[in-house]
Design a protein around this ligand. Structure first.
Ligand code: BES
Ligand code: ZN
Length: 888
């Protein structure tokens, strides 16, 4: 808990560290009611930081100092200054050794940062600033050190003792306690945030990987014994990732062993500690019977992401936390490309763009908006954001689009080679891309410094006589906190022109000698810009921003008929989907207007026609059919509204779904049955074609259930009961939960919970499905579920599954006009503030979006934010988000 006033930290204040730590020798003695940490730091003055011997200021929080010595001389309290978060002392020479011993309490650490216990095992989470809760240290990423770690614990309870690097010695401890110890050494220099240790009763699945230079690497996944049957998918994913990084980036793994440990209590998804990744069990464990297709894909993606950090993060790390996107944005881009290569590239892009536009765009339009490289923060944990991650990845993708795959590889090779073993900045990354490609990215870098989502308004003019076609581009970017004026971005726009038969027209710009490719990338870099194409024999239809080539809000005055044409004919799969989304948005906005005016709702039949032809198209990838059938979500419709009308959005979307279900019943039923037969007759596989057909099967089922046909209920119940995988079972359960078949619903929920009561990850799904249901009484259901024996506020997965799903996925339930949803969320945030500040602060996000709602709801939401602010001593995490949200 914060005791000093929260302080703002600024990028412009960055200074190199005064001292360096060449070697770090740690000894942990783990006990049930406390732990002891002895640290020996071999230090010296940083020659790059100036003259003299300034005061040495070590970070440290919640540590009980037991002893301290300098060069072997025990210090007394008069020799150092001890504060809440620092320990300072005056070195007497340019090189020296500090020894400290502290007592800490992992057994009561509910914040899950530093050293803590998850169930019966000890584990650590040090990024970003958790190492200072373990020992006094220079806890900043530009201080890199060689770590040697010894841990000791009771042999019986903690047979497995792990840390970073290679095991170099182990044995029983002398004396009675039945204790043993192990020593690990990491040959690579690393910052403290990559430190990890684990002690527990764990089993492991073992495999090996032969690298491109024929070195054998031992691969181990450690889990609690009951989960040993759920590791194969993560192991397969790891081997694929290692191979992909060699092939696509030329990056080889560097230690003899790579370990993953699964823990149940974890604030995030996973952590890339050198050689010892620690994972939320939800991002490791997967088998057909207990994990959905989405969960399987999440495991693959997270395993890849953390593995890829070994180069983009660990070998080359960040100079300071303002540079976080250097490792996170880049690594998200790397894992997205990996997933695209493993499965369907277009489907992966659609999923990522839908997520970005719904959630990152909302963040970028709200009170917490910040640039990809922020300039100031109070609490760094609050800056692991959608902007740093997802928009950061889009920024790297745009560079890739501008320089091409080969140019990008030259740039990444130069970056890795030049900065290997060092702490780098976003500017260093850009410089490598510039120098490897002989280009200037000075203006492009505004993507790192300017917040807000740019708007790009496009107009057209066709001159039939001159056979020219002009596209006019006008870019702008709304103000964001601390930034009222924005300068033009470099916006890569990939586009093509379609003729009346849907054929691609040649693209030749005025002044060019010959036509180029049929789809080209143009860098739009001025506030207003005109592209004029010549030799355009017929009036074309433009396909703009193909593959979502830039994270902007593009507008072009398409008619609904033109969108239907693009849905059919665009050669770019992403834009075919995008045309369908835009058509749906237009149709839904019309329904929203009708609802608000009290008119009878009438669905534009063109949407029915468009989706009918999608369903009839047997050549389309089934996953694409499923994506096209998914109407834009309520959260996205909220994001694109000036003022979101919660009830109208819900009513309009449900009405459209109902109408589509009736009009397309037969086609949906056919698709459902065809795929359900395949599911029944073949064993589950976690691969693209199976994912595709199950996604279509399940979305078809969700539509079909909107009809009152008894055969659908029977099919749904049969799918729920007779299947070999969680994807089918959970989808059927979700459909029942959202239906009005009360008896069947109650029975299914009860039998599911009874069968899976001992599997916490499955129970998370069971909570989520209920929390997300928009049927009346949502809050009461959630409050009741909080009293369920499987629920606890101490486990982040449970909090996310129940409270997070309610506030984030249940627009109607959460935004009840009486403010009950807001009050409930604020109560939970106040509770969690004391238990786990990071989780409390993340859970708050929906309340920070108040500007999107009507005046009455705004007042209610702000009143709850005020109540949190006044509730007592706030963590810096919660304080920063609440105070910034109220400041606007
Ligand atoms: N380095 C992060 C984990 C992290 C984040 C630790 C914040 C401490 C504070 C890790 O590499 C990461 O980004 N994990 C993501 C998943 C990934 C697939 C984007 C996560 O945990 O959600
Ligand atoms: Zn990461």
């Amino acid at each position: 808990m914060r005791t000093e006033q929260p302080k703002m930290i600024y990028l412009k204040d960055y200074r190199a560290p005064d001292y360096l730590i060449d070697e770090t020798h740690l000894t942990f003695e783990l006990f049930e009611d406390h732990s002891l940490v002895h640290a020996q730091l071999v230090m010296r003055r940083n020659p790059a930081a100036g003259e003299g011997l300034p005061l040495l200021v070590l970070d440290g929080q919640q540590l009980e100092l037991l002893s301290l010595s300098l060069d072997g001389q025990e210090l007394s309290a008069a020799d150092y200054q001890l504060g809440d978060s620092h320990l300072s002392l005056q070195p007497k020479a340019a090189s020296f050794v500090i020894d400290s011993s502290v007592r800490i309490h992992p057994e009561s650490n509910t914040a899950l940062e530093g050293l803590y216990k998850s169930g019966s095992m000890f584990c650590t989470q040090c990024e970003a600033e958790g190492f200072r809760k373990i020992t006094y240290y220079l806890d900043r990423p530009d201080v890199m050190s060689k770590f040697t770690t010894t841990l000791s614990a009771e042999q019986h309870r903690y047979p497995v003792l792990l840390s970073n690097g290679n095991p170099i010695a182990s044995g029983p401890e002398e004396g009675e306690g039945g204790r043993h110890w192990a020593t690990w050494q990491d040959p690579f220099m690393k910052p403290a945030y990559l430190f990890a240790l684990v002690a527990g009763d764990l089993w492991c699945v073992e495999d090996s990987f032969t690298t491109m230079t024929q070195r054998e690497v031992a691969l181990r996944i450690y889990v609690e014994p009951e989960n040993i049957d759920k590791c194969q998918h993560a192991m397969d994913s790891l081997k694929k990732s290692m191979k992909w990084d060699e092939e696509v980036y030329g990056r080889e793994y560097d230690l003899d062993i790579f370990m993953i440990v699964a823990v149940n209590d974890f604030n995030m998804g996973a952590m890339e500690n050198k050689g010892l990744n620690i994972f939320n069990s939800s991002c490791v464990l997967a088998k057909a019977e207990t994990a959905t297709d989405a969960a399987h894909q999440r495991v693959e993606e997270v395993v890849a992401h953390e593995y890829f950090h070994n180069w983009s993060g660990n070998r080359v790390t960040c100079r300071d936390w303002f540079q976080l996107s250097l490792k996170e944005g880049f690594t998200v881009f790397r894992d997205a490309e990996f997933s695209a290569d493993m499965h369907s590239r277009t489907v992966k892009r659609i999923e990522d763009v839908a997520y970005l536009r719904t959630h990152q765009f909302a963040e970028d339009a709200g009170p917490m908006a910040h640039p990809v490289r922020p300039e100031a923060f109070i609490e760094i944990s609050n800056f692991y954001t959608l902007t740093v991650y997802e928009k950061g990845s889009e920024v790297v993708r745009m560079i890739h689009t501008l320089v091409g795959a080969e140019g990008f590889r030259k740039g990444s090779d130069l970056y890795f080679q030049r900065h290997d073993g060092f702490a780098a900045t976003c500017d260093d990354f850009i410089r490598a891309m510039e120098e490897a490609n002989g280009i200037d990215l000075a203006q492009f870098k505004r993507w790192y410094s300017q917040a807000g989502t740019p708007r790009l308004a496009v107009g057209e003019h066709y001159d039939a006589a001159a056979q020219t076609y002009s596209l006019s581009f006008k870019q702008s970017c709304p103000a964001s906190p601390g930034q009222s004026e924005k300068l033009p971005f470099v916006i890569p726009v990939e586009l093509g022109l379609l003729g009346a038969q849907g054929q691609a027209l040649p693209l030749r710009l005025q002044g060019e000698a010959a036509a180029g490719a049929a789809s080209r990338v143009f860098a739009i870099d001025q506030a207003e810009q005109l592209l004029t194409f010549v030799d355009v024999a017929e009036r074309p239809l433009p396909s703009l921003l193909r593959g979502f080539s830039a994270p902007v809000k593009l507008s072009f005055p398409y008619s609904r008929d033109q969108l239907m044409f693009l849905m059919q004919h665009d050669s770019d799969g992403f834009n075919r989907w995008e045309a369908g989304q835009q058509l749906s948005v237009q149709v839904l906005q019309e329904l929203i207007g009708q609802y608000q005016r009290g008119e009878t709702l009438a669905l534009d039949q063109r949407l029915v026609t468009a989706l009918r032809s999608v369903l009839q198209n047997e050549r389309l990838d089934q996953a694409m059919v499923a994506e096209m059938l998914s109407l834009p979500g309520e959260a996205y419709l909220t994001e694109i509204s000036e003022v979101a009308d919660v009830e109208a959005i819900h009513a309009a979307r449900e009405f459209a779904r109902q109408q589509l279900a009736e009009a397309l019943f037969d086609l949906l039923w056919q698709r459902y049955q065809g795929n359900r037969d395949l599911s029944r007759s073949s064993a589950y596989m976690a691969e693209a074609e199976h994912f595709a057909r199950r996604s279509l099967q399940n979305i078809a089922l969700s539509y079909l259930m909107l009809s009152d046909q008894p055969k659908v209920l029977a099919a749904c119940l049969e799918q729920f009961e007779v299947c070999d995988n969680m994807t089918e079972r959970l989808a059927a359960l979700a459909v029942l939960v959202n239906s009005s078949f009360e008896d069947e619903k109650a029975k299914a929920l009860a039998s599911f919970a009874d069968f899976f009561k001992d599997n916490p990850l499955v129970m998370d799904q069971w909570f989520s499905v209920q929390a997300a249901s928009a049927l009346p009484g949502a809050l009461q259901r959630v409050e009741q579920l909080m009293r369920h024996p499987a629920f606890t506020l101490k486990n982040p997965n449970k909090v996310r599954a129940l409270i997070g799903a309610f506030a984030g996925q249940n627009q109607l339930g959460f935004h009840q006009a009486d403010g009950s949803g807001y009050r409930f969320l604020a109560d939970q945030v106040i509770c969690l503030n004391a238990l786990n500040p990071q989780i409390a602060s993340r859970l708050l996000a929906p309340l920070t979006r108040w500007a999107k709602y009507d005046g009455a709801r705004q007042q209610l939401m702000k009143a709850e934010l005020e109540r949190i602010l006044a509730s007592g001593e706030l963590s810096s995490d919660v304080f920063e988000v609440v105070s910034k949200s109220l400041a606007c």
